[in-house]
Design a protein around this ligand. Structure first.
Ligand SMILES: [Zn+2]
Length: 312
């Protein structure tokens, strides 16, 4: 009897010690997989809002995702801080657009050489719109604004997460399929909404909507360049005003992260009104807190396009 109870106590102690070990190792600081199969979320950094949103949707509770470009800032001219760099280096994965959207994109490859951070450029291989800007041929990086190309970005992000964290691959696959399904619904909404419009020309403040317009058979006339702070010359402004008058343009699109001054100037010159077309390059904290996200803003873009282009 005595021997049996000693054995029992001994086994109980062993079990408690073992459980304690599992508990501790399941909460390792570096997030590595513990022997019991439990793991801490991996850390992932995304370069700006849409990629942050897509990555966070797919990552769910399996990864902590940081958005590098702060709320209210704009990715074309943001430079990572020292703190941002530390965050990237502590990440298993860095999700970027590529194709010159991030001005620091080339430098980071050098910096991260030999580290454990994998770099994923999800936009560069999808970018095939060439345009002339200040005499140079440049490739338009704004692929996330096409709901069709966004589905491909989501698939690439899911692939990156699966490679960075193979233990949770089935989870990422399920979440990615949900996101791709929603993006596909968004595409159908745009297709139906823009299928019979009186007008085809959208005058925008920032040349960000090329892929969106191409997808739905529309034409973009933009006031600024690919980067919203590239201001047009007086001659370019005059040409846009002439175009707008000739084509009976009644709405000029502007965006919230950039001063609406240029759009307002042209609008008042030709007696037009302004409407928001959001390139989703960043949402403010208030916008995020009030429940705005990629989908709500894309739906708002569609509603405003339907007004400006007189779609039925
Ligand atoms: Zn842009």
């Amino acid at each position: 009897m005595k021997k049996m109870s000693l054995l029992y106590i001994g086994l109980t102690i062993a079990a408690v010690v073992w459980l304690g070990y599992l508990f501790r190792s399941g909460n390792t600081e570096d997030g590595s997989a513990a022997p019991n199969g439990q793991s801490q979320p991996i850390q992932v950094t995304a370069s700006f809002y849409p990629l942050f949103f897509f990555t966070a949707q797919i990552a769910g509770d399996k990864a902590t995702v940081y958005n590098l470009t702060p709320a209210g800032a704009e990715p074309h001219d943001y430079e990572p801080t020292t703190q941002d760099m530390a965050r990237i280096e502590n990440s298993r994965l860095l999700v970027m657009n590529g194709g010159k959207l991030e001005p620091w994109g080339d430098g980071i490859r050098e910096t991260l050489k030999g580290t454990d951070t994998a770099i994923l450029s999800v936009g560069a291989s999808l970018a095939d719109l060439q345009l002339k800007e200040e005499g140079e041929t440049v490739t338009d990086p704004h692929v996330w604004l096409s709901p069709v190309l966004a589905q491909k970005e989501a698939a690439a992000i899911a692939e990156g997460l699966k490679q960075a964290d193979p233990a949770n691959a089935p989870y990422y696959e399920t979440k990615a399929a949900e996101l791709v399904g929603k993006l596909n619904d968004l595409d159908q909404e745009f297709r139906r909404g823009l299928e019979s419009c009186v007008k085809k020309d959208a005058v925008t403040s920032h040349n960000a909507f090329g892929y969106l317009m191409r997808e739905y058979g529309l034409n973009q006339v933009s006031i600024s360049g690919l980067s919203p702070d590239e201001e047009p010359s007086p001659q370019q402004l005059a040409a846009i005003a002439d175009f707008a008058k000739e084509n009976n343009v009644e709405y000029i699109f502007f965006e919230s992260l950039v001063s609406p001054k240029l759009a307002e100037t042209i609008a008042s010159e030709i007696g037009a009104e302004t409407l928001v077309l959001n390139p989703l390059e960043g949402l403010s904290d208030e916008e995020i807190n009030s429940g705005k996200n990629y989908f709500t803003e894309m739906q708002n873009n569609l509603a405003n396009l339907k007004i400006a282009l007189e779609c039925r």
